[in-house]
Ligand binder design. Structure first.
Ligand code: BMA
Length: 295
């Protein structure tokens, strides 16, 4: 499968008039609810400290988004003084859970990344559950939309591979095990990370992920995991489904990056939301009946 870019990309750009989102808006979480698409996006308003806050936008058609104007979620706890990065959204019942990277050290320092959890019902007020993987240098956590075999399930990344973990209560996680590795001599040889929270299909859990090569080019890939045993990888496409080609993917604050944190099912397609060059937000789609042709 390949993703098809929306002609009107990028769908969100930095906004000069709002300081907190004046420099970059990128890597966004996505969730659908009654036909609407909700986005929680990462926003940068200054380069000195590079502290990320989260903004909110909503759309009826998945392409045209209305922005809220103020950050809805920003660092305030002792475990995240340097930012809240790369959120993922998972709707369970009437609650949206947010997994994100809590930055206890400066951005780009290469350490102090922890997986934190929060929730909201309205994108106005948020409940925080704190750091849920406390002893791990970790990021890219994506929570499944339902329990499997009576347990909550999450993918996360300890360099350079993707792991699975299980929980009874969403805050304590165990059973960590590598489920998808980097591939030698491939576009995803240096590191891989779960992208969007897995989507349920008849054939398995569909996961969009990012892979990085030795030249730091970020591309998107796709994999399918067993419905009853999500630790079991059923299929993984050899070729990427999207790679930096367009100007807004090649040039920005970090060049050559497409980075996915959210995808939703809408009508007959999957809408995949991704950050372009750590600067803007774009969307690409695939028809549902073509999405599993790699299996
Ligand atoms: C990764 C993450 C992403 C970012 C990407 C490219 O390590 O930090 O947030 O988009 O690098 O800079």
């Amino acid at each position: 499968m390949k993703l098809t870019r929306y002609q009107g990309n990028p769908i969100l750009k930095p906004r000069e008039e709002n300081e907190w989102e004046s420099k970059a808006v990128f890597n966004c979480a996505a969730a659908s609810e009654n036909g609407k698409v909700h986005l929680l996006y990462r926003a940068i308003g200054e380069y000195e400290k590079y502290i990320s806050k989260l903004g909110y936008a909503v759309s009826e058609d998945g392409f045209n988004f209305k922005r809220f104007g103020e950050p809805v979620f920003e660092p305030k706890e002792s475990y995240e003084p340097h930012g809240c990065e790369d959120p993922r959204l998972t709707r369970i019942g009437d609650t949206f859970y947010i997994t994100y990277t809590a930055m206890s050290k400066r951005a780009f320092s290469g350490s102090g990344n922890r997986v934190a959890l929060a929730s909201t019902k309205d994108f106005k007020s948020f409940e925080r559950f704190g750091v849920v993987l406390p002893d791990m240098e970790d990021k890219n956590a994506a929570l499944f939309p339902e329990k499997v075999n009576g347990k909550y399930v999450m993918f996360h990344r300890i360099m350079p591979d993707i792991l699975i973990a299980y929980s009874d209560n969403l805050t304590q996680w165990a059973g960590h095990k590598v489920i998808m590795r980097t591939r030698k001599d491939s576009w995803d040889c240096a590191k891989v990370g779960a992208g969007a929270p897995p989507l349920k299909t008849e054939k398995g859990w569909l996961m969009f992920y990012h892979g990085v090569d030795g030249k730091k080019i970020y591309r998107l890939g796709v994999a399918l995991f067993d419905l009853k045993d999500p630790a079991k990888l059923i299929a993984r496409q050899d070729e990427p489904i999207l790679e930096p080609v367009e100007d807004y993917e090649l040039h920005g604050d970090v060049p050559n990056v497409v980075f996915v944190c959210g995808a939703v099912e809408k009508d007959d397609s999957y809408y995949v939301y991704y950050g372009g060059a750590d600067k803007v937000i774009a969307v690409a789609t695939v028809k549902k009946d073509e999405a599993l042709d790699f299996v």
